[in-house]
Design a protein around this ligand. Structure first.
Ligand SMILES: [Zn+2]
Length: 98
């Protein structure tokens, strides 16, 4: 892989952050349909970029970037064909005005 994947990925349902607090949109309190910005190569403890279905964006300290990277790595383990579809997935999520 030459370019690191960086895309927005749907969280699998309502999620708890590493603090044990639910991850919610700070503006509309949405808990479902949230997207997390993922980068396989970013294993830092910085807050992740998040977005809700209404297009609000925020930085979520309860979801450090290494959590997102692990989420993506797990998805690749389950479905290695995802690698070939990253551009497609990126298009889908970018087109979602996120
Ligand atoms: Zn929102």
């Amino acid at each position: 892989m030459s370019t690191p994947p960086a895309l927005r990925w749907p969280l699998p349902g309502p999620s708890l952050g590493v603090t044990g607090q639910p991850v919610t949109c700070p503006q509309c309190q949405a808990r479902e349909g949230l997207l997390i910005g993922l980068d396989l190569d970013d294993h830092s403890a910085e807050p992740s970029h998040m977005a809700c279905p209404d297009g609000h964006r925020w930085l979520e300290a309860g979801m450090p970037r290494h959590v997102g990277a692990q989420l993506l790595a797990d998805a690749f383990d389950l479905d290695p064909t995802l690698y070939g579809r990253l551009d497609e997935l990126r298009d889908i999520h970018e087109g979602d005005r996120l």
